[in-house]
Design a protein around this ligand. Structure first.
Ligand code: NAD
Length: 259
């Protein structure tokens, strides 16, 4: 299927690895020029080179922390008027909510709620004026079914979800859509690090931790950044113009509810 977005410009945040990289790669494969952002220049440049080599589109790499005002300014200077914005950042750490400090909450809110809102604010009006825009926020299945040790994620991402539900309807008539993608368990560095911590904490071999977690997923496997990226590319396509304000769960059937 031709996604109808070749030649468009996308700003993809937190995209040197994992789900953000999957989105950047899938958009580039559709002919979208991508500006990718991550903190570590070396990893980011190597991802940019790989995307360029496999797709032939223009790839701009901006090494910065997207959760800071300076980082957002650098990203927007490189891609001032994106047609497509993919919001993403690292997830907050796990823990018991009794141990989370006020500063822990502020960091989680900055990364997983306020940064996407600032970037939406900076880009949405020019999208509306041009009559086309696609905004995709990478959130988490924790928005739909809270994960007890991820209180910071449950809370901050739900704040973003509530905001998006309102603003998506305000711009729907201008050709701009805003949707959230909710990953369940995807095979990325972040999940690998979580499993390693569990392996040490529970004194279990890493393979056994992975096997047990996989057994909780009806699909019988973890998701891949590639399939996550392709779902993102479809949401950004011309064919998805009637889908807005939605929360798409990509979890291999792990969420047990009927709706
Ligand atoms: P990952 O660790 O594989 O990749 C994270 C990427 O974000 C890297 O490119 C990193 O450099 C970049 N990054 C992190 N913080 C940044 C910052 N402040 N500024 C710029 N770049 C930054 O992680 P992932 O698994 O791809 O997860 C992406 C998001 O999705 C996270 O918020 C994570 O909590 C969430 N999530 C992931 C899963 C999963 O199964 N992988 C499940 C639920 C939610």
């Amino acid at each position: 299927m031709d996604m109808g977005i070749a030649g468009r410009n996308a700003l993809v945040c937190a995209a040197s690895k994992g789900l953000g990289r999957g989105c950047a790669q899938a958009l580039a494969a559709e002919g979208v020029n991508v500006t990718i952002v991550a903190r570590t220049a070396e990893t980011l440049e190597s991802t940019a080179a790989a995307i360029r080599a496999t797709t032939g589109v223009d790839v701009i790499a901006v090494a910065c922390d997207i959760t800071t005002p300076e980082g957002r300014a650098a990203a927007l200077a490189a891609c001032p008027q994106p047609d497509i914005l993919v919001n993403n950042a690292g997830g907050p750490p796990p823990g018991d909510f009794r141990d989370f400090t006020h500063d822990d909450w502020l960091r989680a809110l900055e990364a997983n709620m306020l940064t996407p809102i600032e970037l939406i604010k900076a880009t949405i009006d020019t999208m509306s004026a041009r009559g086309f825009g696609r905004i995709v926020n990478i959130t988490s299945s924790s928005v739909k079914a809270p994960i007890d040790v991820l209180g910071l994620s449950n809370g901050a991402r739900s704040g973003l979800t509530g905001f998006v539900a309102g603003v998506a309807r305000k711009v729907a008539s201008t050709g701009v859509t805003i949707n959230n993608l909710l990953p369940g368990l995807f095979d990325t560095d972040r999940i690998g690090a979580t499993f390693e911590a569990q392996s040490k904490g529970q004194n279990l071999p890493l393979d056994e931790v992975r096997r047990r977690r996989m057994a909780t997923i009806p699909a019988g496997r973890f998701g891949t950044p590639d399939e996550f990226g392709r779902a993102c590319a479809f949401l950004c396509s011309v064919h998805a113009g009637y889908i807005t304000g939605q929360n798409w769960l990509l979890d291999g059937g792990a969420y047990p509810g009927t709706y």
